[in-house]
Every structure is written in C-alpha cells, then in structure tokens.
Design a protein around this ligand. Structure first.
Ligand code: ADE
Length: 224
C-alpha cells in the first residue's frame, strides 16, 4: 500500500511515522508513506498556503491552487483509490472503515489546517471525508496519523501472531477481553485462575464471556 499525505506541516508527521510498528512496516516494504509539503506548491516567495475567507469571518482557509497542483501531480503518476480529506464534519472513522481502506492500493490523505480548505477542493478532488471524532482539532495531521496507524496494522505481515489483530476490540463487533502477564499475583491482586489452568477450551470460553460482558457494560450499542 502507498499513502501520500498532503500537509502544510510535514514535521508534525515525522516522528509518529518513524517509530515502532509503522517504522517496521515501512522497512519491510509493506507500506510506503510520503508526506508532501503544501508550501512547495505555493506560488509566492512567502510560500503562502492560506488566505482569508470571502465574505469575512474569523480564521484562515487553505488556498485551492497548491492543493490542486499537489494532488494533480500525484494523480498523473498513479491511480488513487481515494482522496480522503480529514475534517471534523466528515464521516466518523471506525474499524469497518479502517478494514475497507486497508484493502486499497494507493491513498491520498489531505490535511486541512486553520479553518479548513477551499470548498472547490472538496467538490472536485476529494472522494471521501473522514472525522476521527466529534471535536475540532487544529488540523487534520493528527487525524491522518490515526487513520494511517489503524490501516497499517491491518496489512498482512505487519503484526506478528503475538500482536494479532484478529481479537482486537471492534474486529468482530465486540470489545476485547482483559489481559494479564506475569507475575500471577501483584500487590495482592491475582490473575484469574482460569488463565493459569492451561485448559485452552475453558480459557477461550472465559475470554468470549468477558468480551460480551465488557461490551454489554461499556458499549451496549454495539450488541443490540
Ligand atoms: N480536522 C479538525 N478536526 C478534525 C477531526 N475531528 N477529525 C478529522 N480531521 C479534523
């Protein structure tokens, strides 16, 4: 999979994309991620990428020309499955969307900043709009990182068996069960007996029940 992230603030992406599992996935060539600095597509010597909104009002809007030029130059090189704009008024991101997007070959993620982007970009270029939650961020960069993280861990070969995503919360509509590691007792708190029993059938049953119970208590809406 290839992911191109368009942003006016590429430094915001650098560290999270170069650590841990994402770093390993890139090293194994399971994903290629490129950050594109919108300022490189600015036309003036000050590298301006934003301007005031027509009609007045507070906040700045990302100008259309740098975004159009950046996306069109990428689209000349390859076909993209989606051009995704990260925005608080997009469709709420969830595991189902992550699963679907992880099947794509080439994605563009477009990060807004300040008050947003010129609407014509949304009309002409954007094919999907994603929000990571009902709150407003200063820009789409952190949201893009969350989407990238959620997708990459789903790519075949990225997670080892020990980190398998098959039992993740949400993967089959349920939250995940509690987990414990050594020691078997810590400050008087004991690991449930069943997990020490070595009886895999019993452990499976216990885990299933815990998942159902946790989901019922915390996220009833996922069951009904
Ligand atoms: N940009 C600003 N707020 C956002 C949100 N909640 N999700 C995605 N992108 C955003």
């Amino acid at each position: 999979m290839r992911i191109d992230i368009i942003t006016g603030f590429p430094k915001l992406l650098r560290s999270p994309l170069n650590e841990s599992i994402i770093r390993q996935a890139k090293k194994k060539k399971l994903v290629s991620i490129r950050a594109h600095d919108l300022r490189k597509y600015a036309h003036d010597k000050h590298k301006t990428i934003d301007d005031t909104p027509y009609g007045g009002g507070a906040g700045m809007i990302l100008k259309p020309e740098p975004i159009f030029e950046c996306i069109e130059s990428l689209q000349q090189k390859r076909t993209y499955d989606e051009v995704i704009y990260l925005t608080a008024d997009g469709d709420l991101f969830n595991q189902k969307t992550a699963n679907q997007l992880s099947l794509n070959k080439n994605l563009i993620l477009l990060c807004g900043h300040y008050k947003g982007i010129d609407e014509r970009v949304r009309q002409k270029l954007v094919t999907k709009e994603i929000s990571i939650g009902d709150y407003v961020l200063t820009g789409g960069e952190l949201a893009a990182l969350i989407v990238v993280d959620a997708l990459i861990r789903l790519l075949p070969g990225v997670l080892g068996d020990s980190e398998s995503m098959l039992t993740d919360s949400f993967q089959d509509g349920l939250l995940d069960c509690p987990y414990y590691t050594k020691p078997a007792e810590y400050t008087g708190l004991k690991v449930p007996e069943v997990l020490l029993s070595g009886d895999h059938k019993k452990i499976e049953r216990w885990r299933r029940e815990e998942r159902l119970e946790r989901t019922r208590v915390r996220r009833k809406n996922l069951i009904s």
